[in-house]
Design a protein around this ligand. Structure first.
Ligand code: SAM
Length: 292
């Protein structure tokens, strides 16, 4: 029986057979610990009801574990050298599609429509390339795709930001962007030693699960997103200063902003990091109602 792709000996053998080196510029740190891979798949609760997207399959270590449990797997890999490798390592699995594309340029909705039947839960599971973790998360959010679950490995600091709560130094517009529609939790921390080659930073698996109900929604999501991003523009400044940066210093605008803040009971002197998602929603709606 062929050993799992993830084993250190098989990983080395595959790289040697194809004469490949690990490309640092593409964030290629491959997982070589089967237990960690199984734990990632377990954190995403992948089963036959699920269609799974993977970003950056590498030589297929995680893809293989996903293919064993999921209905269908679609994996996007940017590195052309790895496409023939994946063709071979994943040949025992008939439920895997490899797409040779840059995830940041990919039209994910079109790929999903082309490769999945729309009758299964949609999940995203990946060991992300760390040099573009935040752009990938933003790309996923902006795609508007309704993922049931996103379980991804990233550098520990970014995972802490995504799951941060109000009042914490890690709380940011990214935390709000994610937690608006999903519950975010760090599933477990991963030591550097399980990668080949070892990265410099510690890693964490973050589990994002779609909220059963979104308790409240802003009237205008674009307005809300703009407000959140603007409020965190200068972290050390007050909400009031950031609002002026966002909407202007014109006396009429200032009077309207004061009125909106009074209406929702938020002090202008507060910093954005203290505000909950609910605070941002009512402030966005109040500003909008007053014509800002
Ligand atoms: N899934 C494998 C594993 O867990 O061992 C490899 C993970 S490795 C951290 C990240 C992978 O993402 C690499 O295979 C890399 O080539 C790929 N990658 C980097 N940038 C990418 C991009 N823009 N789009 C798609 N894949 C990318």
């Amino acid at each position: 029986q062929i050993p799992e792709i993830a084993s250190p000996t098989r990983t080395k053998a595959i790289m040697e057979t194809y004469g490949l080196n690990f490309k640092k510029s593409l964030g290629q740190n491959f997982l070589t610990d089967i237990n960690i891979l199984k734990n990632i798949v377990a954190a995403a609760e992948v089963g036959p009801e699920d269609d799974v997207i993977e970003i950056g399959p590498g030589i297929g270590a995680l893809t293989e574990q996903l293919a064993k449990r999921a209905h269908q797997v679609m994996a996007l890999e940017i590195d052309d050298r790895l496409i023939p490798v994946l063709g071979e390592t994943l040949s025992p699995y008939d439920n895997v599609t490899i797409v040779h594309q840059d995830v940041l340029k990919a039209d994910l909705a079109a790929l999903i429509a082309a490769n999945f039947d729309g009758k299964h839960n949609l999940k995203l599971v990946a060991n992300l390339p760390y040099y573009i973790t935040t752009p990938i998360i933003m790309h996923l959010l902006e795609s508007g795709i309704d993922f049931a679950t996103i379980v991804v490995m990233m550098q520990k600091e970014v995972a802490q930001r995504l799951s941060a709560q109000p009042g914490s130094k890690d709380y940011s517009s990214l935390s709000i962007g994610i937690q608006y529609a999903m519950d975010a939790e760090i599933a477990f921390i991963v030591p550097k030693t399980v990668f080949m080659p070892q990265p410099k930073v510690d890693s964490a698996i973050i589990a994002l699960k779609k909220k059963e109900v979104i308790a409240e929604k802003p009237q205008d999501e674009k307005h809300f997103n703009k407000l959140v991003r603007g409020a965190f523009m200068h972290r050390r400044k007050s909400l009031w200063n950031n609002l002026q940066g966002l909407y202007g210093k014109d006396s009429e605008v200032k009077a309207t902003m004061t009125q909106a803040l009074e209406k929702v009971g938020i002090a202008p002197s507060v910093r954005a990091e203290r505000l909950t998602i609910h605070d941002f929603i009512i402030l966005s709606d109040a500003l909008l109602a007053l014509g800002i």
